[in-house]
Design a binder for this molecule. Structure first.
Ligand code: CP3
Length: 344
């Protein structure tokens, strides 16, 4: 059967005159309608677990902009919570979790097979969306990659250099690796359930992959991604998968082949010309406009958007930002980016 959705075409390796487009954090605080629904939910986590409202915020950027993909509204930190960690968000600061630093902490976690009890409302959101989305819009599910999720579970919060996770890796490798193993198993279960509920593609966010150097990158970023992708493809046929090893730098080279990912998402620390030559040769790429253009707009936005479209014109490409859109972004700049991509 011919694939009609533009995102699925790109993921299948098709080069298109106009690249399909969506945006990381497209349902977020820069949109007044998101802020209103979030207020109705009470707080961020209540929004994630309220299937009707999570469906509503996922649809908002599709209605406003007609993006080619919708990404499920949830968070990578719901998995630690489903494994038994305490999770809360401090307004203006970010996430807080109970920490895991030793064998006792690890023993207190639930088995991966128990996560569904907590995550069922997320699967309901996916089911709602697969009914509600326009026919041409692709539904993307997601999870955090094991290393990135572990950095939050070990430190109990976001950290500038992932210091506590690197320290546990050095000081108690057995506990560190057992934690990664538990998260890997939970991630396979979680993404598998999203696919069964109707996700047409899944994305693995390894936001802190760039702090893993040399062999550590291969062991704790590449290998878990390869294992998750192989397991999902074994269970769900050729489900397309996007991997985002953020700030991987030279390690972006060969990431498609090494992990089996259909698409590699690029942050904005690499130029599109470099990435076309070294990464897109291996398959579809996604990215990589700097999020700051959604704040600053103007000629710079138009010039950089055109530059990215041009650089990736020779192969499969999904237009996106290099990281999530920020709350201070101007919704009009998002429209300007879309018009530029579609008119280029
Ligand atoms: O992209 C989307 O629109 C889908 C939903 C989505 C969210 N988080 C919603 C969210 C996705 C895919 C994520 C992924 C996520 N969450 C990552 C990986 C991607 C990345 O940004 O690097 C990470 C590291 C997290 C953890 C997380 N969640 C942090 C550190 C924060 C606080 C920082 C911030 O931006 O406030 C969150 C909160 C969060 N997740 C918000 C949203 C819309 C803002 C919460 C709010 O409404 O107050």
């Amino acid at each position: 059967m011919a694939v009609e959705k533009t995102i699925l075409k790109a993921l299948a390796g098709e080069k298109q005159t106009t690249p399909p487009i969506w945006m990381m954090r497209q349902a977020g605080r820069y949109l007044p309608e998101y802020r209103a629904t979030r207020a109705e939910a009470g707080d961020f986590l209540s929004l994630c677990y309220n299937s009707d409202l999570a469906t509503e915020v996922t649809l908002q950027p599709i209605r406003r902009y007609g993006f080619d993909a919708a990404i499920l509204f949830a968070d990578i930190l719901l998995v630690p919570q489903a494994l038994g960690a305490d999770l809360w968000f401090v307004t203006g600061e970010g996430p807080r979790l109970s920490t895991i630093t030793d064998q006792a902490g690890l023993n207190a976690l639930k088995p991966a097979s128990d996560i569904h009890e907590t995550l069922n409302p997320v699967y309901q959101t996916v089911r709602n969306l697969s009914q509600a989305l326009p026919r041409e819009t692709t539904l993307i599910g997601f999870a955090g990659a094991p290393w990135t999720v572990a950095t939050y579970m070990i430190a109990g919060r976001g950290t500038p250099d992932q210091g506590p996770a690197h320290a546990l890796k050095a000081e108690n490798k057995a506990v560190f690796e057992a934690l990664l193993e538990r998260i890997t198993e939970a991630t396979i279960e979680y993404l598998s359930a999203q696919i069964e509920a109707g996700a047409e593609c899944v994305k693995l966010f390894d936001s802190w992959a760039g702090s893993l150097k040399g062999e550590d990158f291969d062991t704790y970023a590449t290998a878990p991604a390869k294992r998750i992708i192989a397991e999902l493809k074994a269970r769900h046929g050729d489900i397309p998968i996007i991997a985002f090893p953020r700030e991987a730098g030279d390690k972006y080279i060969g990431f498609h082949e090494k992990t089996g990912a259909d698409c590699v998402a690029l942050d904005d620390s690499v130029t599109p010309e470099w990435a076309a030559e070294h990464v897109q040769v291996s398959g579809c790429v996604q990215g990589n406009l700097a999020s700051k253009h959604m704040v600053t707009g103007g000629d710079d936005l138009v010039r950089e958007t055109r530059r990215i479209v041009e650089a990736f014109r020779g192969g499969p490409h999904i237009f996106n930002l290099g990281h999530g859109i920020t709350p201070e972004a101007d919704p009009d700049n998002v429209q300007l980016m879309i018009d530029t991509v579609r008119g280029a």
